[in-house]
Design a protein around this ligand. Structure first.
Ligand SMILES: Cc1cc2nc3c(=O)[nH]c(=O)nc-3n(C[C@H](O)[C@H](O)[C@H](O)COP(=O)(O)O)c2cc1C
Length: 147
């Protein structure tokens, strides 16, 4: 069975999840954005939080992701201002993930919580959602992934 993990990561937490999933047989696609958030922490959180709060979509550089032949797709997003990140908002607007039989989400956040993001996912899809607290720092969080 072909399985795919598509994700965004700004500061490495998503990459940690990707490594775990790659080890168990997932193909991996990391989204790249045209204009990443500012490097300085304050500006990064301010700009990203503002944009995510408005459900804005970031322009992606990967434009030809193929979902053909995948029976399972997992989408990974950092939580920005309680919501999905802007690169993932764009991804969801480009592809019809509702047609994927086995769709799930892995979110990573500072608090390990993401009620607004989960609400949005539940509105759009029938998908399992797992939220991890900073998996780069807390390795055990990866054990919450049950796929
Ligand atoms: C713009 C921005 C907004 C954030 N907002 C939240 C938030 O609302 N709640 C939270 O728990 N963590 C928040 N965080 C922390 C990230 O969700 C967390 O560090 C996540 O693991 C980052 O994933 P990454 O390293 O793959 O980019 C925010 C981080 C950024 C950059």
């Amino acid at each position: 069975m072909k399985k795919l993990f598509i994700y965004y990561s700004l500061t490495g937490n998503g990459d940690k999840v990707a490594k775990r999933l790659e080890n168990i047989g997932y193909d991996i696609v990391k989204l790249e954005v045209k204009k990443p958030l500012p490097k300085k922490f304050f500006f990064r959180v301010f700009v990203g939080g503002f944009k995510a709060g408005l459900n804005m979509k970031d322009k992606l550089l990967n434009t030809n992701i193929s979902l053909d032949g995948y029976e399972e797709v997992v989408i990974g997003s950092p939580v920005w201002n309680g919501k999905l990140s802007c690169p993932i908002n764009k991804l969801l607007s480009l592809y019809n993930f509702a047609q994927i039989k086995n769709l799930s989400f892995i979110l990573y956040s500072g608090s390990g919580e993401a009620p607004k993001a989960i609400k949005k996912i539940n509105k759009l899809y029938k998908a399992q959602v797992t939220v991890l607290k900073e998996p780069e720092k807390y390795n055990d969080e990866l054990d919450k992934i049950k796929l």
